[in-house]
Design a protein around this ligand. Structure first.
Ligand SMILES: Nc1ncnc2c1ncn2[C@@H]1O[C@H](COP(=O)(O)OP(=O)(O)O)[C@@H](O)[C@H]1O
Ligand SMILES: [Mg+2]
Length: 276
């Protein structure tokens, strides 16, 4: 393991107006690693990714391979190697699928210009539908296909760290599975690290090396993905508690997990999401 992580977030804070939504968030993403950023709706996942890609300004430390990211604007961060597939995809609906992909290639480092065509072919191999529909306006694609397009476009910029925000949102389970299969292969074949924000914890934990659980804008848990494969552990990480012993739970006499409003998800559905 190298000592300096590729992406380092340390003591990060962020606010919207007078409301602080990230509190002292620290996490690392190492070279070639996939880190799942989990947490209930409103926990701060999107804000954290936006902070890294410099869409929202922040306090604290943010470095890419030791270089200060906080001095950069969004374009500067992209040039430095931060790729971002935003929540809701952000493809250009009026442009064709191919034009969207070529826009991605324009963001690549000069030293990799020569590989743009072969990389485009690799995206087509990964998502054949993007080749089939290359002349169609992006707006005509289904939600799942647009997500594939957004991912392909981001990869064509050849990021060092790829931020992916809720790729499964609104997709059918089968499309989601296909997308996650592609995500699982990305690190090796594109030599990029990935920070994956997802509410679908179970699916993310299957493809990630490590997990960071956010609750109410702070880090509630940071560990190997495998440590959260146990349902009780995962639930506890979301609720900010220690796992309830199964035997006690079976008796039906277990104390309910403390619902500290500072750390608990807002609804039971969110906790359900955690164990989906
Ligand atoms: N543009 C915004 N203006 C004001 N508050 C926002 C804005 N975007 C998000 N928030 C608030 O910040 C908190 C974190 O939101 P977000 O980062 O979107 O969480 P997540 O992605 O985990 O659902 C929430 O309380 C949300 O309501
Ligand atoms: Mg979000």
């Amino acid at each position: 393991m190298t000592s300096e992580p590729l992406l380092r977030v340390d003591g990060l804070t962020a606010r919207y107006g007078s409301v602080q939504v990230l509190h002292d968030v620290s996490l690392d993403v190492r070279e070639g690693e996939m880190v799942a950023l989990l947490g209930a709706n409103g926990a701060g996942k999107t804000t954290l990714l936006r902070a890294v890609s410099r869409v929202v300004s922040t306090g604290g430390t943010l470095t890419l391979d030791g270089a200060d990211l906080t001095r950069l604007d969004t374009i500067g961060a992209a040039r430095a190697g931060i790729g971002h597939v935003p929540q809701g995809r952000g493809t250009f609906g009026e442009l064709t699928v191919e034009e969207n992909l070529r826009l991605g290639s324009m963001g690549r480092p000069g030293s990799l210009r020569g590989e743009a065509e072969s990389d485009l072919e690799r995206v087509h191999e990964m998502f054949p539908v993007l080749k089939e529909m290359r002349r169609r306006p992006a707006g005509a694609l289904s939600g799942g296909q647009q997500q594939m397009l957004a991912l392909g476009r981001a990869l064509l910029a050849r990021p060092r760290v790829l931020l992916v925000d809720e790729p499964s949102l609104g997709l059918a389970p089968r499309t989601t599975a296909e997308l996650f299969e592609a995500l699982a292969g990305i690190r090796a074949s594109w030599s990029t690290a990935v920070l994956l924000a997802e509410q679908n914890a179970r699916l993310s934990l299957r493809v990630a090396d490590r997990a960071v659980v956010l609750a109410r804008g702070g880090v509630a848990r940071s560990c190997a993905a495998s440590e959260l494969s146990d349902e009780a552990e995962l639930r506890a990480a979301y609720l900010g508690t220690t796992p309830v012993r199964t035997t006690a739970a079976k008796r039906g006499s277990a104390e309910p997990a403390p619902r500290d409003p500072g750390t608990a998800p807002r609804t039971d559905t969110d906790a359900e999401e955690a164990s989906r």
